[in-house]
Ligand binder design. Structure first.
Ligand SMILES: N=c1c2ncn([C@@H]3O[C@H](COP(=O)(O)OP(=O)(O)OP(=O)(O)O)[C@@H](O)[C@H]3O)c2ncn1[C@@H]1O[C@H](COP(=O)(O)O)[C@@H](O)[C@H]1O
Length: 95
């Protein structure tokens, strides 16, 4: 289930990268004038929001901000022409 939704999300992100549809937040990040820094800034922001939510013991907010963080990490992988299998391989190697 978790595997599947992450794969689905990554496929959408890759589609946005190729097709750059109007109004796509993902496409706007991937084509941002700041380049990769735009994505890295979001990862920094979302990480801080996860920390804040955890410090406030707010489980709903931790879930919400973690989803934002995972999404932006996947955008970074796509930006770097990496595949989800790169991440999966790394996680498997640690088992
Ligand atoms: N999973 C996400 C996703 N998570 C976060 N975001 C965006 O990331 C931004 C987060 O930045 P901020 O925290 O500054 O924004 P915010 O308004 O405070 O939002 P929240 O903290 O309340 O999330 C918001 O604009 C969110 O809309 C996402 N945008 C898109 N997706 C997925 O990507 C798909 C394609 O989206 P488009 O590229 O827009 O078509 C969507 O169908 C979703 O499945």
């Amino acid at each position: 289930m978790t595997d599947q939704i992450i794969r689905e999300l990554f496929d959408v992100i890759e589609d946005r990268k190729v097709n750059e549809p109007e109004g796509s937040y993902t496409a706007s990040l991937l084509t941002h004038e700041k380049g990769q820094d735009a994505i890295l800034e979001k990862i920094g922001e979302e990480s801080a929001e996860v920390l804040l939510a955890a410090k406030n013991d707010d489980r709903d907010a931790v879930a919400h901000e973690s989803a934002d963080l995972v999404y932006h990490l996947l955008v970074l992988l796509a930006d770097m022409d990496m595949d989800l299998t790169d991440l999966e391989a790394e996680l498997h190697d640690r088992r």
